[in-house]
Design a protein around this ligand. Structure first.
Ligand SMILES: [Fe+2]
Ligand SMILES: [Fe+2]
Length: 172
């Protein structure tokens, strides 16, 4: 049997797995909103984010299972589904990512305090991931702010996935 997970780390991991599922739910709602507005590029981008967040939850769930603890899925609250405009939506995405970073930092802090090395290593991956997630969210807010006319917005919609790819679409 592996060494038990310290209670504070365990509760943090369980909470964070649900926060990741919550984020997936939130991004799915954003993707739907964008589809309805005929912003197909944004809709695809947020659908991908929803898939990624589900993968993040799965990483934590696997970690718990491997350490002999059954994960506990909670009921998900309804995500925000009404946005006055695309800018409000991307600002909401940015706030969600910032809150997610706080959740990860809290798990990492607990893992440090409790000397839980496996959870520390797991959280290293998440800490790194959040740097990328907050970067694209901030970039998105900036780009949407500057897409002032309908033409530039539909241009942004066409290229958003490529622009926000890890390499920034630089090779093209
Ligand atoms: Fe995540
Ligand atoms: Fe995220």
């Amino acid at each position: 049997m592996p060494k038990p997970i310290p209670p504070k780390v365990l509760s943090g991991l369980k909470r964070q797995s649900n926060q990741e599922l919550n984020a997936a739910h939130g991004y799915l709602a954003m993707s739907i909103w964008c589809s309805v507005q005929n912003l197909k590029g944004f809709a695809r981008f947020f659908a991908k984010q929803a898939d990624e967040e589900r993968e993040h939850a799965a990483k934590i769930i696997d970690h718990l299972i491997n350490r002999g603890v059954p994960p506990e899925l909670e009921a998900l609250p309804a995500p925000k589904q009404d946005f006055p405009a695309l800018l409000d939506l991307v600002q909401h995405a940015e706030a969600m990512e910032q809150a997610n970073t706080q959740g990860i930092d809290a798990v990492f802090t607990a893992a440090l305090v409790e000397n839980d090395f496996p959870a520390q290593v797991l959280m290293h991956w998440f800490i790194n991931e959040q740097v990328e997630e907050e970067a694209w969210a901030a970039e998105l807010v900036d780009r949407v702010k500057h897409a002032s006319c309908a033409g530039s917005l539909s241009d942004l919609d066409r290229h958003v996935e490529k622009l926000l790819a890890d390499d920034g679409g630089k090779e093209d």
